[in-house]
Design a protein around this ligand. Structure first.
Ligand code: ADP
Length: 220
């Protein structure tokens, strides 16, 4: 399914997760409909986002009334109740919403959401925890992990690749990672080439599989 990047988004649940999602979409001038059972929260959001509606999304009638079936993208951001999350997700699947993102609070919860037909299951706490572990354990300063185990990370260059060109230090063949960009202090990032020589105080951007990038970050 082709989803346009200016497609309106339905966000259900205005806890910390839903509020962050809706708030960021709003800052990007995206049309957002937020739904929550809590009238005070809905009131608070009413003058901020495009539309805010008080409704119980477990009810199919309620979802139909707010036109949930018109949306191409929905985010199920309800909190502690797995029952509510699963019911809401199932309703959205039945209404034919093609892109559904849902927050899971446990592995089983995520499995159920996937079985129902949710396309994107998010584990915010697990992901945040893994992220902290990565940042604490290696010399990675920041990283993004993609679904297919592909990682892009920012780090200081390991000692063994400093002072030589990327070809000479054999980064690709020895460590199976690619140095994508290099940044000298006070300079912007530039794309790395085979002839780029990395200095000790440079920052580098590296891509590869999670295992290879992690190993590379800790070789010293
Ligand atoms: P978080 O962990 O993201 O902070 P919370 O549990 O605090 O999550 O918030 C979840 C939000 O979802 C609450 O504001 C709650 O009122 C809302 N919510 C829960 N059940 C429903 C439902 N059936 N329909 C709509 N909103 C709901």
């Amino acid at each position: 399914v082709e989803i346009r990047s200016d497609e309106p988004v339905l966000v259900i649940g205005l806890g910390r997760f839903g509020a962050s999602t809706a708030g960021q979409l709003d800052r990007q001038d995206r049309e957002v409909l937020v739904v929550d059972t809590n009238p005070e929260l809905v009131q608070k959001w009413a003058d901020r986002v495009t539309h805010a509606v008080q409704a119980d999304a477990r009810s199919m009638e309620a979802l139909e009334q707010i036109g949930a079936d018109e949306f191409q993208i929905a985010v199920v951001a309800t909190g502690a109740s797995i029952e509510a999350s699963v019911l809401i997700a199932a309703n959205l699947v039945d209404l034919g919403v093609p892109q559904i993102w849902a927050k899971a609070i446990s592995h089983s919860h995520g499995k159920i959401l996937e079985r129902i037909g949710v396309n994107h299951v998010i584990y915010p706490e697990r992901e945040a925890g893994e992220r902290v572990a990565h940042l604490l354990s290696g010399s990675m300063l920041d990283f993004i992990q993609f679904d297919d185990n592909y990682v892009i990370a920012k780090m200081y260059p390991p000692r063994s690749i400093r002072g030589r060109s990327l070809t000479d230090s054999g980064v690709r063949t020895r460590y199976r990672v690619t140095v994508v960009g290099v940044k000298a202090p006070g300079q912007p990032f530039t794309h790395a080439t085979q002839d780029t020589v990395v200095s000790p105080h440079d920052l580098i951007i590296v891509s590869g599989t999670a295992d290879d990038v992690e190993r590379f970050a800790t070789i010293g």
